[in-house]
Write a new protein. Structure first.
Length: 468
């Protein structure tokens, strides 16, 4: 064995560097390629070329994931599921980064990292902590809607094929006349919704940690291609001004009875990645990647993610991550970006690397300009994000979910799952956290609050007396 064995050194040096930082959230995931096919005319809402006529299609990449766990965690965790789609359109790549739920735990991006910390590991014990989770939720009543979805059987989908997807955020669409509407994106599974109960999910942990990945691989290997119907909800700017809730609040839904689902198209997954690392682990999504005819909104969480998602990928994959084939636009891309780690193309050859210049023809296209936003106020000031009409009602929609959406079996399982999770709260603040969270459940629905209190062995009258 000699130092001159450079093959050994090369192999071990590469082996020592095989891992890249896993995603802080959505670390464990599965993905597949497929197609979007447009099935309905929505040109009155958007000038996006992909939706310009029925029958248009484009290639897509869809990545599913759990949210809070590490890369080696179980696919059966009680957790939202990521549902991120990259549309490779002739106008550029469009990333729609969503979940399998229409709402989220917080509506203020300043709270996002704090929330995620409560889903990770306690800094002292390095263990998952029910105390951290419920302490945060009890102090943030805006989380109640998503908490109830998470604690229902929807929090443990059977697999990725048998669940819906949502863009979750409010986006905008702009038509050829520069008229803007607000939209929400929905993807309704054509396989039917199937969930695991709490005990079934616990059992799955010990049976197969990768059951959702396995299911997706085996389904595509059988050429049993999963499909979802793509739909939108549309709200006009006039309707948004009078809607009883803030239409840009990520913790709220738009009722379907008032804003019915409009079919857009169909997505199908029909091709497995040939290499998981290259095409799933290195896949990068950012809601800042939009196309002409699709725009942003005043959704605060969306505004925060516009910056943070792309920044996370720059850290994880490097400044030139969009040159990685799975992230690369298959059509021509023109910009003045140059240099940086892992630059793998011709780096712009001898073209100018500055703008404006007298030599190149890469110019801004003014036709892509969005219409101006009319602001409701000319004052920029600190404000209470939870104050104001339509902003501080955190209980009506969770109550409706419990009474009108969930079946009797769903309600029974929801209570059992909440009781099981809250039973893990420990420490000197245990009763304080439990009682504060119980107040939120009671405000949503009295019967829900009573059932959870009973399951936790809490004497409601005594707890209320202590509180007052």
């Amino acid at each position: 064995m000699l130092l001159q064995d450079f093959i050994l050194h090369e192999k071990m040096a590469h082996f020592n560097r095989e891992r890249i930082p896993e995603r802080v959230v959505h670390a464990k995931g599965s993905g597949a390629f497929g197609t979007l096919k447009v099935t309905n005319d929505i040109t009155k809402y958007t000038k996006a070329k992909i939706f310009s006529q029925i029958g248009n299609s484009c290639r897509i990449f869809l990545r599913f994931s759990t949210v809070g766990g590490e890369k080696g965690s179980s696919d059966a965790e009680r957790d939202p599921r990521g549902f991120a789609i990259k549309f490779y359109t002739e106008d550029g790549n469009w990333d729609l980064v969503g979940n399998n739920t229409p709402v989220f735990f917080v509506k203020d991006p300043k709270k996002f990292s704090d929330f995620i910390h409560t889903q990770k590991r306690d800094p002292r014990t390095n263990l998952k902590s029910a105390t951290m989770m419920w302490d945060f939720w009890s102090l943030n009543p805006e989380s109640l809607h998503q908490v109830m979805i998470l604690m229902s059987d929807r929090g443990t989908p059977l697999d990725y094929r048998h669940m819906d997807g949502f863009g979750s955020h409010t986006y905008s669409m702009i038509n050829k006349d520069n008229e803007r509407v607000w939209v929400k994106f929905h993807f309704k599974t054509q396989q039917g919704i199937k969930n695991l109960t709490g005990p079934q999910a616990s059992q799955m942990h010990s049976v197969d940690m990768d059951h959702a990945q396995r299911d997706l691989v085996e389904a595509l290997d059988r050429q049993e291609f999963p499909k979802w119907t793509m739909k939108i909800q549309v709200m006009t700017e006039v309707q948004a001004k009078t809607f009883r809730w803030n239409p840009f609040d990520l913790t709220k839904i738009w009722p379907h009875a008032e804003f019915p689902l409009i079919e857009v198209g169909e997505i199908e997954l029909n091709q497995l990645p040939r290499n998981y690392f290259a095409q799933v682990e290195q896949a990068a999504f950012a809601p800042s990647n939009l196309i002409d005819g699709i725009g942003f909104s005043p959704d605060k969480m969306l505004q925060g993610r516009i910056l943070s998602y792309a920044d996370a990928q720059r850290y994880r994959l490097g400044i030139n991550y969009e040159q990685i084939p799975v992230n690369q636009c298959p059509f021509m891309v023109n910009n003045y970006h140059r240099d940086g780690a892992m630059r793998i193309d011709d780096n712009g050859n001898d073209d100018p690397n500055y703008y404006p210049n007298s030599f190149g023809d890469v110019l801004p296209d003014p036709s892509y300009k969005e219409p101006a936003w009319e602001l409701d106020s000319n004052v920029a000031d600190w404000f209470d994000r939870n104050a104001g009409e339509g902003n501080n009602d955190h209980y009506t929609q969770p109550g409706d979910l419990y009474r009108k959406v969930l079946s009797a079996e769903d309600r029974h399982n929801l209570v059992n799952n909440i009781v099981g999770s809250m039973s893990g709260i420990t420490g000197p603040k245990r009763l304080q956290i439990i009682n504060l969270q119980l107040c939120h459940f009671f405000r949503a629905d009295i019967q829900l609050g009573m059932a959870i209190a009973k399951g936790l062995g809490i004497d409601v009258e005594q707890a209320m007396a202590q509180r007052h």
